[in-house]
Design a protein around this ligand. Structure first.
Ligand code: ADP
Length: 407
């Protein structure tokens, strides 16, 4: 019987899942997939170890508007029906916010769940779903060891100055500091840098994680020195629907002068801004690229202008730049976005190879470039699987195992 870990990455409107055989190191998932469009029109897709698409939605309840919990239960049923011969020994979860104390993955128990729930206001689009996924697995597979892997952990190496806001000290002591996110993605990229860069892998590298959520991380010796995101996942770059860094006076103005309720402001900043808000069309870069509307191009231009400015600011924290890594949906696929960002960085010695960029090659900088520019696909699920198995092995756990079976 093959023993394997289940990985769940629950986002604001999608749920990614993967199954990894137990064992040390990083290995390909034996099964991975996602349910997108949760809350609207859910779409299920999955692939086997060889990357072959699996038949859709057998046994999945995918009615329009169906919520997170029924979908989660349905997914566990589907996995159970698929996983003949595989025993699930553990579940690893992406948890966006780990607060101040978690510099690494943590075994889930009731106290941890209570602690993590207090951080939900800091990541309202993600944290409640992350915790709901943990509770759903606990209900379906009682006693199964579960591990929370935090997006904030990777940034625990940052110096105090990188974490401070210019606010009264008492607020800093209360934990109003820059935490940073997308740490699982940065962890994965940091792990593969030596495969793609010479000694520069240990140098000054900025990783641009450009997905629907977007941020950048400045690394030295493959450790986080500074990041564009902050106390919440709203700060830094312009994103699909999130505004990124904003004059905080705007928030006060909207509440006091325009009369908006705080909840309405929150909804606007998290879900109606960014590429969607500026274009008035969509948060989807592929769609915006294909649009002839001037507002679509303006949204992309603003996204790239903000990204280049953030990247240049981060370069200060690592005193220069040896390499830029583009990753995540936009970073891996949009040659236009990469070009518009890099064209704003020629003064730093960045020179793109237009042909290589056009086909999303791994190395897209020209030999004349002072800065290496690479496109590297990220894999948050692989990091979660590796961390989950390593933590449980470290705890010398007698892992109780069982077929996936809903209670
Ligand atoms: P998340 O995991 O944060 O939901 P992803 O990393 O999947 O997001 O990235 C989603 C973004 O990637 C969307 O804006 C989508 O348009 C963009 N994207 C995906 N494929 C392409 C492509 N071929 N060309 C341009 N943009 C793309």
């Amino acid at each position: 019987m093959t023993r394997a870990s289940l990985v769940l990455n629950a986002g604001s409107s999608s749920l990614k899942f993967a199954v990894y055989k137990d064992g040390p190191g990083t290995r390909p998932a034996v099964l991975r997939g996602r349910i997108a469009g949760i809350g609207t029109e859910p779409v299920f897709s999955a692939r086997d170890e060889a990357g072959r698409a699996l038949p859709e939605d057998q046994g999945m309840q995918l009615e329009e508007g169906v919520g997170y919990d029924p979908l989660m239960a349905s997914l566990l049923d589907w996995l159970n029906s698929r996983q003949g011969g595989v025993t699930i020994t553990a579940a690893g979860h992406r948890v966006v916010h780990g607060g101040r104390d978690h510099a690494g993955p943590a075994r889930v128990d009731a106290a941890l769940l209570t602690e993590l729930a207090t951080l939900s206001p800091l990541a309202p689009l993600h944290q409640p779903h992350n915790l709901a996924a943990i509770r759903a697995v606990a209900a379906a597979m009682p006693g199964l060891p579960q591990v929370a892997c935090f997006d904030t952990s990777f940034h625990h190496t940052q110096a105090r100055l990188s974490k401070l806001f210019a606010l009264p000290r008492a607020l800093t002591e209360k934990g109003i500091i820059r935490y940073g996110f997308h740490g699982l993605s940065y962890d994965y990229i940091a792990g593969i840098l030596p495969d793609h860069l010479d000694c520069r892998a240990e140098g000054r590298v900025i990783v641009a994680h450009l997905g629907n959520g977007a941020s950048m991380c400045a690394m030295k010796a493959r450790r986080s020195v500074a990041t564009s995101m902050g106390f919440t996942a709203l700060a830094g770059l312009m994103m699909g629907q999130r505004c990124g860094t904003l004059d905080p006076g705007i928030v006060l103005y909207l509440i006091r002068e325009v009369g908006m309720a705080p909840e309405a402001v929150e909804h606007m900043l998290y879900q109606e801004s960014g590429l969607l808000g500026v274009s008035g069309i969509s948060n989807d870069v592929e769609l915006l690229q294909a649009s002839a509307e001037p507002s679509a191009r303006e949204a992309i231009d603003l996204f790239c202008e903000r990204a280049a400015c953030e990247l240049a600011a981060l370069a200060v924290t690592i005193a220069g730049l040896d390499a830029i890594i583009f990753t995540a949906g936009i970073g891996e696929n949009s040659a236009l976005v990469r070009r518009l960002i890099c064209d704003r960085l020629t003064w730093m010695g960045v020179v793109l190879d237009g042909e290589a960029n056009g086909r999303s090659a791994v190395r897209i900088s020209s030999p004349a470039s002072a800065v290496d520019v690479l496109v590297l696909p990220t894999d948050e699920e692989a990091v979660i699987a590796r961390s989950t198995q390593a933590l449980l092995a470290l705890q010398n756990d007698e892992v109780p195992s069982g077929q996936i079976a809903r209670a």
